[in-house]
Design a protein around this ligand. Structure first.
Ligand code: ISL
Length: 532
């Protein structure tokens, strides 16, 4: 079976994973030094966020050279060595490709700035004499003006000019970049904002609400109604990319699309397009039995239609960490909120239960670095340390995403907790002493021990990974399903203990208290795996 149908993929945010040279920023040497940790954790692949030459206006999602490694991370030689070392440890490497926009320092954009309006250099981007009404995803307008008066489009930061995907040179260049990395042995690509490359012809204004404010939310909008995303012509790009990828054995794409409509979403996963895509419906869902059940059912139905495996994603480098989200009154992820009461213990308890749920479902699983340590979102970062352009572009109204990007605590009793030797680019909370990987390894009740055990069972259990699942009848507030052969997963979302169904417990996210007659029960916010 293809590896990507059931892989556990660990997301490495390289700035914050491990610092090999003591400059306070994570790097490739740091990743390489921690490969044994990842192998022992039991993951199958790493997805590494952008490592290319970049001015870092958006943490590396502003790429100035797609064929070279940023010096802060290392060299191309280091990348080649890391790919080989990962393969020796049985770990595959997925790299992040950023095709919607370049950096404003990219040679093409520099040439466009130096050339006059109407020039071929400007045709690779979207230059216009007047802007339309689109907003940047990071706040503020999506257009910036250059010295001669023209405007260029940037759906993200002004330092991230959008490429014109109608231009044949843009298409040819990215196919060449794919080959460059495939030839270096990467096993796949994560495609950044995969649904936004193609814009509606003529760049028409977005529909405007009665308030006069352009509509912005992409949740639940009518399919095809927005000119800056999910245009039908984008699929031609992925068909062409798939032809390139298929020249190399065993490689896979994972698309990043925040496309809410299941039919539109599934189109990207047709057999001649992308292999997989992130399941943001699952990530956004409340910690609630009914809501999760319908997201799971809809996910499986959507993917089954196109023969693609589902993915199960709880967190990433763009969203509030789920150990924090799940400790709140409102457990959904809709937008980033920071000033609400959070019950840390409850959040961690549910995060443990959610980990076992995601690992028992059919398909592939994503683990964002630090999930396995139960890290919380960090809110009290000093303004001057924050780097996310969202913070600046919203004048601090949105704190941005730095709070889920704080460098990992590996060991020791004080910052930088063996992340490196110098002080880390974002400060770590002093109370992360108890959360270091070293401490958690020594504690069989820790989040890290749970992840290691669960991933070991998942790998050895023929019932888990790809394949069918069957719901069991349960009381309200309880979800239970079986996987063949002989496996049951049950989650108690209610606030009272329930009876466990027949079977021998293999693993549970919390202790299973027994009744006076010796029967084990499943406490609230707990998942159990049973041998049946
Ligand atoms: O952050 C989001 C939700 O909280 C998304 O809207 C996000 O902005 C969008 O999915 C695009 O994200 C990706 O491209 C961005 C980059 O900043 C993000 O880190 C990346 O994941 C621009 O390249």
């Amino acid at each position: 079976m293809s590896w990507w149908r059931d892989a556990v993929v660990y997301q490495v945010y390289p700035r914050s994973f491990a610092d090999g040279n003591g400059d306070g920023v994570g790097d490739l040497a740091g990743i390489e030094s921690r490969l044994p940790y990842l192998r022992d954790l039991g993951v199958d692949a790493l997805w590494i966020n952008p490592w290319y030459v970049s001015p870092m206006a958006d943490g590396g999602y502003d790429v100035a050279d797609y064929r070279a490694i940023d010096p802060v991370f290392g060299t191309l030689w280091d990348a080649e060595r890391l790919i080989r070392a990962a393969h020796r440890h049985g770990l595959r490497i997925i790299v992040d490709i950023v095709p919607n926009h370049t950096s404003d320092r990219h040679a093409w954009f520099q040439a466009a700035l130096a050339a006059p309006p109407g020039s071929p250099e400007r045709a690779r981007f979207h230059f216009r004499d007047a802007p339309n009404n689109w907003s940047s995803r990071f706040g503020g307008p999506a257009w910036s003006q250059v010295d001669d008066g023209q405007w260029y489009l940037h759906l993200f930061d002004a330092a991230q000019p959008d490429l014109n995907w109608d231009h044949p040179e843009v298409r040819a260049e990215f196919e060449s970049i794919l080959r460059f990395w495939l030839d270096r042995g990467v096993d796949g690509f994560r495609i950044d904002v995969a649904d936004r490359l193609v814009k509606q012809a003529g760049l028409p204004d977005r529909p405007v609400r009665e308030t006069g404010v352009p509509t912005f939310a992409d949740n639940g909008s009518r399919p095809g109604s927005q000119p800056d995303k999910d245009q039908p012509e984008v699929h031609e790009i992925y068909r062409a990319w798939r032809r390139v990828l298929d020249e190399y054995p065993d490689r896979a794409f994972v698309g990043e699309m925040w496309v809410a409509d299941p039919d539109r979403f599934a189109m990207y996963l047709r057999p001649d397009e992308l292999h997989t895509a992130f399941n943001f419906a699952f990530l956004k869902c409340a910690w609630e039995a009914g809501a999760l059940r319908s997201v799971i059912e809809q996910t499986l139905a959507t993917h089954a239609r196109v023969g693609a495996p589902a993915t199960w994603v709880l967190s990433n480098h763009d969203v509030t960490r789920h150990a924090t989200r799940y400790g709140r009154e409102d457990t959904r992820f809709t937008k980033r909120v920071h000033d609400v009461p959070t019950d840390r213990a409850l959040g961690v308890r549910r995060a443990r239960a959610a980990a076992l749920l995601s690992m028992a479902l059919p398909g592939s699983v994503y683990v964002y670095q630090g999930d396995e340590l139960g890290l919380p979102e960090v809110f009290d970062l000093p303004a001057e340390a924050r780097e996310d352009p969202v913070f600046r572009r919203t004048e601090g109204k949105d704190l941005g995403r730095d709070g889920c990007r704080v460098p990992l605590p590996w060991g020791g009793d004080a910052p930088p907790f063996e992340f490196g030797t110098g002080s880390s680019w974002l400060p770590q909370p002093a109370d992360w002493r108890g959360l270091t990987a070293a401490r958690q390894l020594a504690d069989p009740a820790s989040m890290l021990s749970l992840y290691r055990l669960a991933l070991r069972i998942r790998r050895n259990e023929p019932a888990l990974g790809d394949g069918p699942m069957h719901w069991l009848d349960t009381e309200p507030g309880v979800l239970a399903f079986t996987r063949d052969p002989g496996f049951t997963c049950i989650i108690n979302f209610t606030d009272a203990p329930i009876d466990l169904p027949a079977g021998t417990p293999l693993l549970a996210s919390a202790e299973l208290p027994t009744t006076p007659t010796g029967k084990p029960t499943l406490p609230p916010d707990t998942t159990a795996w049973l041998r049946t």
